[in-house]
Design a protein around this ligand. Structure first.
Ligand SMILES: [Zn+2]
Length: 269
């Protein structure tokens, strides 16, 4: 509703309200993804739209457990720059930018931070940013995750596309969840399968489990139209199932992480 202030949204609070939230130590969540080509059947906002929708639905569900920062819509994309419209933030810039956000959160007294990611190639960058936040503060824990990793079992049991490869980029998973959230923006008549990776036991991309070797060539080397996977088998029903399952697991993750403690740091010099 227009004008409504949501108590779990960072930017909706006043500074005295934010200061007060430190007392009960909610998990501070940063959602991040990317502006990136997603084939001829999906808009550029897929990664942003999906992860933000997941985070907002999670916030609604567990209002007093988390605080959601404003969304960061740009990511690491150099390998996608052959496709018009993609916006690329250099990896080292992004590490520092995300770490600066996290360290600002730490400065205000919060001790648990989760980086919720919607774009695969951000993962190594966000891992480094999270480590930087941990290592430049005391008693703070920051971790990162990409949302499909929360529902691997569900995906394996219910997917129609082949594994590996059917759910890499603009494939079955992203198309299905987009159908669930905004069917009118998906041009299913233009959806085409493309398994552009040469067959390999070791090198493959799939959001339900990557191959043992990390290898990201220029995206135009492994795809004709910017799709890697099979969007043609995506259904709105599976999109709803996967979206709901992700929100449920993310809520469980936030609740657990809020009360998750390690031993204190020890300097063994
Ligand atoms: Zn995507």
């Amino acid at each position: 509703m227009h004008g409504e202030r949501k108590p779990w949204m960072w930017e909706h609070l006043t500074w005295p309200q934010l200061r007060q939230r430190v007392d009960d130590q909610p998990v501070v969540v940063l959602s991040i993804a990317s502006v990136e080509d997603h084939g001829p059947h999906l808009p550029m906002d897929v990664d942003n739209f999906l992860i933000r929708s997941i985070c907002e639905a999670t916030g609604e569900r567990i209002q007093d457990q988390m605080l959601l920062l404003p969304h960061l819509p740009f990511g690491f994309e150099t390998h996608h720059m052959d496709y018009p419209g993609t916006i690329d933030i250099a990896a080292d810039h992004l590490v520092d930018f995300v770490a600066d956000i996290g360290l600002s959160v730490v400065r205000h007294g919060f001790k648990r931070i989760l980086i919720a990611n919607g774009h695969g190639s951000n993962m190594p960058v966000l891992d480094l940013a999270a480590r930087k936040i941990n290592n430049q503060s005391e008693d703070v824990l920051c971790g990162s995750f990409i949302w499909p990793s929360l529902i691997l079992d569900t995906l394996r049991q219910t997917r129609q596309s082949k594994y590996p490869g059917g759910m890499a980029h603009a494939g079955e998973l992203e198309t299905a969840v987009y159908l669930h959230l905004n069917e009118g923006a998906v041009a299913m008549d233009l959806a085409k399968a493309d398994f552009g990776f040469p067959p390999s036991d070791f090198i493959y991309h799939d959001l339900a489990g990557m191959g043992p070797v990390n290898l990201a060539p220029w995206h135009s080397q492994i795809s004709d139209q910017g799709v890697v996977g099979d969007p043609t088998v995506a259904t709105r029903e599976n999109g709803e199932r996967w979206f709901d399952a992700t929100v449920e697991r993310m809520a469980e993750l936030v609740v657990e992480f809020r009360n998750w403690h390690t031993k204190p740091r020890t300097d063994h010099h």
